[in-house]
Design a protein around this ligand. Sequence first.
Ligand SMILES: Nc1ncnc2c1ncn2[C@@H]1O[C@H](COP(=O)(O)OP(=O)(O)O)[C@@H](O)[C@H]1O
Ligand SMILES: [Mg+2]
Length: 344
Amino acid sequence: MSGVTAHSNVAIEARALVKEFEKGRHTLWQRVRREPDRRTTFRAVDGIDLAVETGEIFGLLGPNGAGKTTTMRMISTLLEPTAGTIRVLGTDVAKEPRRVRAQLGAMLSGERSLYWKLTGRENLEYFAALYHVPPKDTKDRVERSLAAVTLSDRADDYVERYSTGMRQRLALARALLPDPPLILLDEPTVGLDPQASRDLRDRVRDLRAQGRTVLLTTHYMEEADQLCDRVAIIDHGKIVALDSPNALKRTIRAEEIVRLDIGIAGDGDGAAIVDRLSRAGTVARSERHNGTLSLTVHCASARELVPAAFDAAHAAGATVQHVEVVPVTLEDVFLSLTGRGLRE
Ligand SMILES: Nc1ncnc2c1ncn2[C@@H]1O[C@H](COP(=O)(O)OP(=O)(O)O)[C@@H](O)[C@H]1O
Ligand SMILES: [Mg+2]
C-alpha cells in the first residue's frame, strides 16, 4: 500500500515535531573579549503530534509566543524542523518539499504583501505567473479566486483603495490560485474589524464546503470555537488539549463559571474573600485593579457559590458590584489547563 492510501483521510500528520531556536547572541566583540558564550537553545515547538483530517477546519489556538507560526512555517516547508516528521497529503515534507508546496496554499504572517499600485486582478495575475499557474488556466483561476473571496466586483480597483478586510481577502485569494486541496492560514483575522472578521470566517467555511482542508492558527478563542471542527490548544510549544470545541468545553462542563467584581474598601486585598471562595469552587482568575477585585470562579453550582460570595464580601466589608454566570468558553478550558488566560 502506498503512503498516500494509508493516509488518505489524513491531510497533515506531524509526529514528535520539535523546533529549537537560539536565544541570545554571541557577538564578535564578545568573542574578541573571550566572554563566555551565553547562547542557549529553547524549544519554540516542543514535541507536537497532530493529525489533521481531510475536509476539516483545524485550529491551533494559543497565546502569543505559543509556537503556532513556527509550526505553520514547518508544515509549509519554509522552516526545517529540528526533529520530528511531517507528512502533507501523504508526502514527507523533508523529502519532497516541492511536491508539498504544490499542494498547499498558505497565508502566513509576514508574507501578505500585495502591490498597492495594481488592481486586485492584476495582483492575482502577477502571482499566478509567479506560482507557475499554467497560462491557459490563469484567467479561470484568477476569476474563481476572486469569486471565492467575494471580490469579483471590486477586482479592477486599485488595492490602495481596498479596506483592510478586502486586502486580507485578496491575500486569501492569492493563496487559492494554485487551487490547492490544503490551505494554511496564520491568524487570518488579526487586525480586522468584527464585520470583516465574520466575512473572512464565512469565506473559510466556503473553502471547507468545496472539500478543502484548512489548518489555521488563532489566539481568539471565539474564532476557534465558531470556526473549527477541531482545535489543538497549544502553550509553550506543546499541545495541552485536542478535540472538538464542544468536547473541550465539556471537560469542564460539570462546572459553572461565575464572574464577580467586588469593591474592596480601603487597603484590604480581598484575600479572605478569595480564600472563602476557594473552598466553594476553584478560583481560576483573581485580579485587582483600583479597589475592584475581579474573580472568575469555576464551581459545581452557581446557586451555591453566589450566596457564598455575597457572604464573604459582606464579612470582609466589601461590596459585590457585578455578578455574572457565563457559559464555558475555550478561554476557561485554557485557563483550567494552564492557570493563565489566553491574552496574558
Ligand atoms: N526565527 C526565530 N528565531 C528565534 N526565536 C524565534 C524565531 N521565530 C520565533 N521565535 C520564538 O519562538 C516562540 C514561538 O513563536 P511563534 O511560533 O511565532 O509563536 P506564535 O505564532 O504562537 O505567537 C516565541 O518565543 C518566538 O519569540
Ligand atoms: Mg504567530
